[in-house]
Structures are given as structure tokens and as C-alpha cells.
Design a protein around this ligand. Structure first.
Ligand code: FAD
Length: 533
């Protein structure tokens, strides 16, 4: 014992010394608050993680990482900053799946929402998940009033899926990838192939619990505190930290027919996409599309779909045309209607003008379909290719200019630069499914339809700038051609650009909401909207 004490006491003293040293570099109010300081972490690993995101392009180090165990912890932290003589910046971090440092807080505090998620999962024992053990996800309702789920902002959509399926229910609007947090996607919009029909994920939200930039806990909906509700949805984390969201549920299907069709002519491809999303009968449940290029593989991490036996003939078609377009749609069904669904699909496809013979179909479970990106992720992770730079560019393009975009970008810039190999998405959505009172921004065009276009590039650490240069060239082309695009998952370096992004009217209300709910400019500084230094 004596020897043990001789060894450990000096070690303890030196740790205490270091802790005190570390705390003195924190904002004073924080370092002296005992309740909070025990949830603050400054070990190099945590700081490193909080200064990295999926993009791997921006690295801003916080002074500390905060792991809350209650919502109250978050409110106390924000209130402390709000009441400080010099407030410190705070960013909620969901999964850090942003690509441009949006969930970082240089010299401030990153709230690692994982802390709450881990608390909620304590009920999971020996890896066996029991029904309704996740305290952060609770299903309510009945067949008369409808069903909904109350979900912590820290929760992952994959867990929301599994939990709601226990009741035979599921949300209607998704993202392509489910290991994202509810708070993170609702701060953007949350889009995928269901958006044309059900709107973005922000359209399915009934109510939110939010900790504002003043540290106040506020419940809001369309009827109550509606300014905050509309501000937070698509609000890029600027007005409050979402601690809970009430999301609409519907009966979940069991199976999915998943179809891909190939096109060589962009106008025929988009005409078919548009006719499918405007159908009144036998509506689809999901529609997307992608661009296949001669320099890239035809299957990618987003989904491996085409059978190996067909790779050669698809590749020779891509080589012949240099660019192909792949229309992708899905229809949900239950086991008992297998025959009817086959007939329905047949009728649907008969009216489409894809290249004859290039029709592909899969029959998968609902979970397999929604979680389709996961296996690609795991494969890349095992090859060390997931945590690489991701210079992504996501845009909304008005329908009236999508043909110009095709000739200027897909057929010209991308071909000329010859570096794009990752997924390039292009699919239409309906304007009337977006609520303009919410902060999320779409093109101002008159058209009912606009297109989502996503260049989901992965690059080596030494060549991401080549992709960024391509992104800049694409934006320059659009500006020169006066294509009135909007960025999705936007990032800008000046306030002038942010003002243009929102447009004069929306910018005015965005700024007003900021002064109302986060007047000291504390929240989500990594978006670089109000604190651009
Ligand atoms: P983070 O990156 O951690 O945070 C995003 C922003 O929201 C930050 O500003 C942060 O401070 C703020 N924030 C985080 N949590 C909260 C909260 N609780 N309250 C308030 N603000 C908060 N998006 C789509 O729409 N559709 C897709 O199909 C899609 N697919 C993707 C696939 C992959 C592989 C990846 C990496 C991303 C994809 N995304 C998609 C983008 C995704 O929506 C964004 O990365 C989004 O930010 C969610 O990620 P996150 O939960 O990690 O949030």
C-alpha cells in the first residue's frame, strides 16, 4: 500500500494541476461552475474529434467539449454564456456529418449530443435491445388522432426507424443515409426520394422543444411560438438547440419494389422523372436519379445495385454516350399485394422512355431499402476510405434551367475536368411541399418543380482542392448563365453571400429571428452567418 501511495499521489497532484491549468483557459464563468465543469472534456482526442467533420476540410478547435446528460445541462450552459460579460460560442454537434465545419465552435464549446444518446441507451443490456427501452424515442397516438413520435434531437434516424417499427409505424420522409441526427437534419431540411411526395423532413414536424440562445427552454409549433418553430426548421442551428421533435408517423410497409432505368437523353430522363412525381394515381413512394459517367464505377457506396453480369454492357453504353442518367424509383407494398404491385409497376414502366433492355428491379425489405447506404459505408470504413475529404456540392436548380445545367455542367465542366467518380444525384421535387415560413430556402422561381443536384465527392487528402475548384467553376457557370440556384447544406464566407442566399425578405426575417432568439450570437458559429471571424 505504501509503495502504491508513493506512486499515485504525485500523479494525482500533477493531474489536478493540469486540470486547473486547462480550466483557466476556459471562459471564467464556465471553469468555475462546478455542475457544468465535470461534464466538460478537454482531452486531445475529444478536441480533435470536435474539430473534424465528415468534410475533413475545415478544422476549428473548441476550448472544450461538453457532454450533457440532461436537457437542463444544455440550458444551463447556454444561459451561462448568455449572461457572461463576454459570451462564449456554442455549437451542438449531432454526428458531425457536416462538410464545412458547421458543427464546430472555434475557442468555444461543442455540445456533443452523443452524451444524451448514450444516456438513453442505458436500457440496452448485453446488446439485446428491449422494446421501448430508448427513453429518447417514444411513440404516441391512436388511429383516430393519428400517430407521432417524440424524439430527442440527439437521436439517430436509424434508431427512430427501428423504434417506430416496433409499433408497425414509421416517419414518411427520410434522408438517404440514416446515421444522422434528428436535430442535425431538421436544422437543414432533410431530403431524399420521398421529398417530392411528403416534403422534406421539416414538413413532418408537429412540435419542437428548443433551448434558445438565451438559455430558455421553449416548446413551439405552428400554433404556439410559431416564429421560433419556423425559424428553427432549416435554421442551420441559429436560433436554438433542438432537444425534442414531435414527428408524424404512418403505417410502415413491409416490402419495397426498387427500380432503376437507364437513359441517354437528359430531356427524356427529366420528362419521365417529372411525369412520375406529378402522377395522381398509383403514386410512387420514392424517386431519385443519378448521373453515370464514363470515368466512374457504375455501383458506388450509395448503393450497389446493378448485377455483376450486366456491368460490362452498362459500361460500354456509358463509354458510348459518355454520360448516362439513371432514374430510380420505389414503391412500397405489403406481402399480400405482391401480385398487384407487379402489375402496377409494369403499367407504370410501360409509359416510360428508358433505353430498352436497361430495366433493373430489386425486391427488398423496408428496412433494407431505407438503410441502403449503410453497407457501402461499412465497406469504405473497412478500407479506410470513409474518413477522407468530402468536398460536396449540393444545389437546388429551377426546373426551367435544368437543361442548361445539364449541358453546361454534366456534359461540359464535369467531362472536361474528368475527376468526378463519386455519386452525382439529380432528382425533382414539388415546391408546394415546402413551407416558405420555415428557414429552409429553395429557388424563387415560378415553377412548381425544382431539382436537387448533389455532387458527393470523396477525394484523397492531397487533391480535394481540385474538386473545390470544380465546385467553384460550377457555381460560376450558374452565376454567369443567371441560373437562380440555391445551395443545400449551404456554406459561404461573407454575410453578403448569406443575404443573397436567403433573398431580401427571408434574410430580414432570419436576422430578426436571430436578434429575438440568439441576440448574443452564441449558437452554431461554424455556419459563419453572424460570427464570421
Ligand atoms: P451536424 O453536422 O452535427 O450538425 C449540423 C448543423 O446543425 C450544425 O450547425 C450544428 O451545430 C447543428 N445542430 C446539430 N444538432 C442540433 C440540434 N439538436 N439542434 C440545433 N442545431 C443542431 N442530408 C440530406 O438532407 N439528405 C441526405 O440524403 C443526406 N445524406 C447524407 C449522407 C451522408 C453520408 C452524409 C455524411 C450526410 C448526408 N446528409 C444528407 C447531410 C446531413 O443532413 C447533414 O450532414 C446534417 O448536418 C446532419 O448531420 P449531423 O446530424 O451529423 O449534424
Amino acid at each position: 500500500y505504501f509503495i502504491l501511495l508513493i506512486i499515485t499521489i504525485p500523479r494525482l497532484i500533477s493531474t489536478v494541476g493540469k486540470t486547473e491549468q486547462w480550466k483557466s483557459s476556459l471562459p471564467t464563468e464556465l471553469s468555475t461552475n462546478n455542475n457544468l465543469s465535470e461534464k466538460l472534456i478537454n482531452d486531445p482526442k475529444a478536441l480533435e474529434e470536435a474539430s473534424t467533420d465528415y468534410g475533413n476540410l475545415v478544422h476549428d478547435f473548441p476550448a472544450a467539449v461538453f457532454r450533457p446528460t440532461t436537457v437542463n445541462d444544455i440550458a444551463t450552459l447556454v444561459k451561462l454564456s448568455f449572461n457572461s460579460s463576454v459570451p462564449f460560442r456554442i455549437a451542438a454537434r449531432g454526428q458531425g456529418h457536416s462538410t464545412r465545419g458547421q458543427a464546430m465552435a472555434r475557442d468555444g464549446v461543442v455540445v456533443d449530443m452523443k452524451g444524451l444518446r448514450e444516456r438513453d441507451r442505458e436500457g440496452v443490456k448485453n446488446n439485446i435491445k428491449m422494446k421501448n427501452v430508448n427513453e429518447g424515442i417514444k411513440v404516441f397516438g391512436d388511429s383516430k388522432v393519428g400517430y407521432y413520435v417524440d424524439v430527442g434531437g440527439e437521436q439517430l434516424w436509424i434508431d427512430v426507424l427501428y423504434e417506430t417499427l416496433e409499433y408497425g409505424l414509421a416517419p414518411v420522409s427520410w434522408t438517404d443515409y440514416l446515421y444522422l441526427t434528428v436535430g442535425g437534419t431538421l436544422s437543414n431540411a432533410g431530403i431524399s426520394g420521398q421529398t417530392f411526395r411528403y416534403g422534406p423532413q421539416i414538413s413532418s414536424v408537429h412540435q419542437l422543444d428548443v433551448v434558445t440562445g438565451k438559455g430558455e427552454f421553449v416548446r413551439c409549433s405552428k400554433q404556439k411560438n410559431s416564429e421560433l418553430f419556423h425559424g428553427v426548421l432549416g435554421g442551420l442551428g441559429q436560433f436554438g438547440i433542438i432537444t425534442k421533435a414531435r414527428i408524424a408517423l404512418e403505417a410502415a410497409p413491409k416490402r419495397v419494389k426498387w427500380i432503376r432505368l437507364l437513359y441517354s437523353d437528359f430531356s427524356v430522363f427529366t420528362k419521365d422523372q417529372e411525369s412520375l412525381i406529378l402522377r395522381k394515381n398509383s403514386k410512387l413512394d420514392y424517386l431519385e436519379g443519378m448521373v453515370l459517367m464514363h470515368q466512374g464505377p457504375i455501383n458506388n457506396w450509395r448503393s450497389s445495385f446493378f448485377p455483376l453480369t450486366d456491368h460490362e454492357r452498362i459500361l460500354s453504353l456509358v463509354t458510348q454516350h459518355r454520360v448516362l442518367y439513371c432514374l430510380e424509383f420505389a414503391k412500397y407494398y405489403d406481402h399480400h399485394s405482391e401480385n398487384t404491385i407487379n402489375k402496377e409497376i409494369q403499367t407504370l414502366v410501360q409509359g416510360l422512355n428508358y433505353i430498352p433492355g436497361f430495366y433493373y428491379q430489386k425486391n427488398v425489405s423496408f428496412v433494407e431499402f431505407l438503410n441502403r447506404v449503410r453497407s457501402g459505408e461499412l465497406k469504405l470504413q473497412s478500407q479506410g476510405l470513409w474518413d477522407v475529404p468530402h468536398p460536396w456540392l449540393n444545389m437546388f436548380i429551377p426546373k426551367s434551367r435544368i437543361m442548361d445545367f445539364n449541358s453546361g455542367v454534366f456534359k461540359n465542366i464535369i467531362q472536361k475536368r474528368n475527376i468526378t467518380t463519386g455519386p452525382v444525384l439529380v432528382y425533382p421535387m414539388n415546391r408546394n411541399k415546402w413551407d416558405n415560413k420555415m428557414s429552409a430556402t429553395i429557388p424563387d422561381d415560378e415553377d412548381e418543380i425544382f431539382y436537387a443536384v448533389g455532387f458527393l465527392h470523396s477525394s484523397r487528402f492531397d487533391n480535394w482542392k481540385a474538386f473545390d475548384a470544380q465546385n467553384i467553376e460550377i457555381l460560376k457557370f450558374c452565376n454567369d448563365a443567371e441560373i437562380k440556384y440555391k445551395l443545400y447544406l449551404p456554406h459561404y464566407s461573407t454575410q453578403e453571400e448569406w443575404r443573397n442566399h436567403f433573398g431580401p425578405k427571408k434574410w430580414k426575417s432570419f436576422v430578426q429571428r436571430k436578434y429575438q432568439f440568439d441576440p448574443r450570437m452564441i449558437l452554431s458559429p461554424g455556419q459563419r452567418i453572424f460570427n464570421n471571424n
